[in-house]
Design a protein around this ligand. Structure first.
Ligand SMILES: Nc1nc2c(c(=O)[nH]1)N[C@H]1C(S)=C(S)[C@@H](COP(=O)(O)OP(=O)(O)OC[C@H]3O[C@@H](n4cnc5c(=O)[nH]c(N)nc54)[C@H](O)[C@@H]3O)O[C@H]1N2
Ligand SMILES: Nc1nc2c(c(=O)[nH]1)N[C@H]1C(S)=C(S)[C@@H](COP(=O)(O)OP(=O)(O)OC[C@H]3O[C@@H](n4cnc5c(=O)[nH]c(N)nc54)[C@H](O)[C@@H]3O)O[C@H]1N2
Ligand code: SF4
Ligand SMILES: [Mo]
Length: 585
């Protein structure tokens, strides 16, 4: 029996807990069991992880492509017919209205291989700039704030194992007791080790109940709260002047914004009593090391980027970024929330977290893709703007791994936009609310039925392995892109650039990401299997075999390159996409 056990990872959230899967006798279902060797969760799983196999054999699982009939109903069709319809629908729009009239929308649950291929598919096969993904509705404002302050977006710059060893953690708008239960033990251990936990949440959540201090601001007032704490840091002489001088810029501007937020004023805005503000500052500043971790609470605000920026500034002003056991981190959400934002499904991005506007990045990636750099489109619209343009500028959409009719801001408006498309194709495992509106639905394989890599909230790249055979009738997202590339590429043989074997895709991703901020070039499937995950950046060694790999640097990326800018600055994201209700990164 032993050799049928597959060590892999949960599909759901960014913790990417390790689990073992054993196929049931029918070969379709799997049983979940503890996998103690994976350090992040050490065997522990939450209810979602334990019940994850239910989605594999769900009665609502799609096992045949569906196409819209003359009468308007979705009816089963062959793969041949469905793929021909998708190629026809997207191709017609491209011919009539130009490549930018075709949109692509992805998701943070897609594996690195899928996210990478989807970005390449949009730019090389469709030639469109109009691609983005659902992460904008999740943690994107933290990504933008991190980029602004550190020049790098890396959810956590340290492994979770550092949490119990620091002196104080401020958890801002994060409820891991319910959203990532196995991670709670890191905070429990912190307190057992004598450290303190401060939770900032308008609600008394299960996480807040564990805290030494619970600050309960009015919703949407975190920016004032963070500035108020910074005010007290300055007023009480708790800044790290040498650090500010040597490692930050823009301090005077930040200091001025903080000084305008005196404690009684902040109490009036936030509802947090002044003694609690003072207590929080004392708890945060007294220990040698401390951390601020944000999640969706402060991030999903119209000024999310500035709000997170203000919390980062609290770390910078006290010299707590890029030092051992100290710093700022964002607890990313979806299964591949980190990796899904690194390899090109964002409107402004090329693989390896490169900028689409950077000529050197374009030249590097174009060479890997075997295309002319000038043929690569420029940056497109970010998620909300893209969805808002459906039915007007964007006439056809290919959707993979998201359900925007339910999850987008202004969902009813977005649904109306989706309904006004000339053509919609959706790849999903079930008939989601959005898939139900499609002209063609392509049923795809999911986690335990396919191999792929994800990158967890610590920046740890992981191998999620295939444990069972997929049901008859479904194909992988990679196969879908391969087939569509063949049909849309004419005689250009574009499908050659879209392998269906995930490891082959990953080998290309390594080369495409080489030299970029999120450099995966030293990572191989073999290393991932042997080492239980590898942290990025992990450049390939310059001498010796490629797959000897670099060490992988989980703890070095946060080193202080902070700018003190941010507070009160441009409310739009670094890439200028702010809209109400849209995380603007
Ligand atoms: N069970 C379950 N777990 C999940 C998911 C799921 O769908 N279900 N989804 C995963 C995903 S994609 C994500 S992004 C994560 C989200 O994980 P979290 O960020 O931990 O969860 P949320 O509930 O979105 O928000 C956290 C807290 O923010 C608080 N909050 C609301 N408004 C404010 C505010 O103005 N200021 C502050 N400071 N706090 C505020 C809320 O009360 C809430 O307790 O969860 C992941 N885990
Ligand atoms: N009202 C409200 N809106 C929200 C939030 C909220 O808390 N409340 N949270 C926000 C956050 S944090 C997030 S992350 C978003 C998430 O919202 P969505 O982007 O809609 O993500 P999911 O709900 O995870 O839906 C993903 C879809 O992809 C399908 N899927 C899963 N795996 C695969 C795969 O490998 N391939 C393909 N092709 N499909 C797959 C699933 O069946 C599902 O239909 O919602 C945001 N919107
Ligand atoms: S915490 Fe997240 S990754 Fe871990 S078992 Fe639960 S849903 Fe899965
Ligand atoms: Mo999320």
């Amino acid at each position: 029996m032993r050799d049928t056990v597959t060590p892999t990872h949960c599909p759901y959230c960014a913790l990417q807990c390790g689990m073992n899967l054993t196929p049931a006798p029918d070969g379709r279902a799997v049983e979940v069991s503890e996998r103690a060797d994976f350090p992040v969760n050490r065997g522990a799983l939450c209810g979602k992880g334990r019940t994850a196999p239910a989605v594999l054999s769900s009665s609502v699982r799609l096992t045949s492509p569906l196409v819209r009939s003359e009468g308007g109903a979705l009816v089963p069709a062959s793969w041949e017919e469905a793929l021909a319809r998708v190629a026809g629908g997207l191709g017609r729009t491209r011919a009539e209205y130009g490549a930018d009239a075709v949109g692509v929308f992805g998701g943070g649950g897609l594996t690195n291989e899928k996210a990478y291929s989807l970005g390449k598919f949009a730019r090389v096969v469709l030639g469109t700039s109009q691609i983005d993904y659902n992460g904008r509705f999740c943690m994107s404002s933290a990504a933008a704030a991190g980029g602004r302050a550190f020049g790098l977006d890396r959810g956590l710059p340290f492994p979770l194992e550092d949490v119990p060893r620091t002196g104080c953690v401020i958890l801002v708008g994060s409820n891991p007791a319910e959203t990532m239960p196995p991670s709670l033990r890191y905070f429990t251990e912190l307190r057992e080790n004598g450290g303190t936990l401060i939770v900032v949440d308008p609600r008394r959540t299960k996480t807040a109940e564990q805290a030494d201090l619970h600050l309960a601001p009015r919703p949407g007032t975190d920016l004032a709260l963070a500035l108020g704490l910074l005010h007290l840091v300055v007023a009480e002489g708790r800044t790290d002047e040498a650090y500010i001088r040597e490692r930050t810029s823009g301090w005077e501007e930040t200091r001025a914004a903080a000084m305008a937020h005196w404690p009684e004023y902040v109490e009036r805005i936030t509802g947090v009593p002044v003694p609690e503000l003072r207590e929080a500052v004392r708890m945060f500043c007294e220990p040698e090391a401390a951390m601020v971790l944000t999640a969706r609470g402060p991030e999903q605000q119209s000024k999310g980027t500035d709000t997170v920026g203000a919390w980062i500034n609290l770390c910078l002003a006290t010299g707590r970024a890029g030092r051992p056991l100290s710093g700022y981190g964002c607890l990313t959400g979806q299964g591949n929330g980190q990796g899904g934002r690194e390899h090109g499904q964002k409107a402004d991005q090329l693989p390896g977290y490169r900028k689409l506007t950077d000529p050197a990045a374009r030249a590097h990636v174009a060479e890997v893709w075997g295309v002319d750099p000038d043929s690569l489109p420029g940056p497109g619209r970010s998620a909300y703007e893209l969805l808002d343009a459906l039915g007007t500028d964007i006439r056809s959409l290919l959707l993979m791994g998201s359900n925007p009719v339910v999850s987008a801001p202004r969902a009813a408006h977005v649904e109306e936009r989706i309904r006004s498309l000339d053509f919609l194709a959706v790849c999903d495992v079930v008939l989601s609310e959005t898939a139900a509106l499609a002209d063609v639905v392509l049923p795809v394989t999911q986690w335990a039925e396919e191999t792929g890599t994800t990158t967890n909230l610590e920046g740890r790249v992981l191998l999620r392995r295939r444990a069972i055979t997929p049901p008859e009738g479904v194909r992988s997202d990679l196969e879908v892109m391969h087939e569509l590339a063949a049909r849309l590429g004419g005689d250009r043989n574009l499908e050659k650039g879209f392998p269906t074997d995930p490891e082959e895709v990953f080998e290309e991703l390594r080369r495409a990401s080489a030299g970029g901020p999120a450099d995966y070039s030293g990572i191989t499937y073999r290393r991932l299997a042997e080492e239980n995950g590898v942290f990025w950046p992990c450049p390939a060694p310059t001498d010796g075999p490629l797959d000897a790999g670099g060490p992988g640097t989980g703890t070095e990326t946060g080193t202080g390159v902070g700018t003190g800018a941010g507070a009160g600055a441009d409310p739009r994201g670094a890439d200028g996409t702010g809209r109400p209700g849209t995380a603007d990164g």
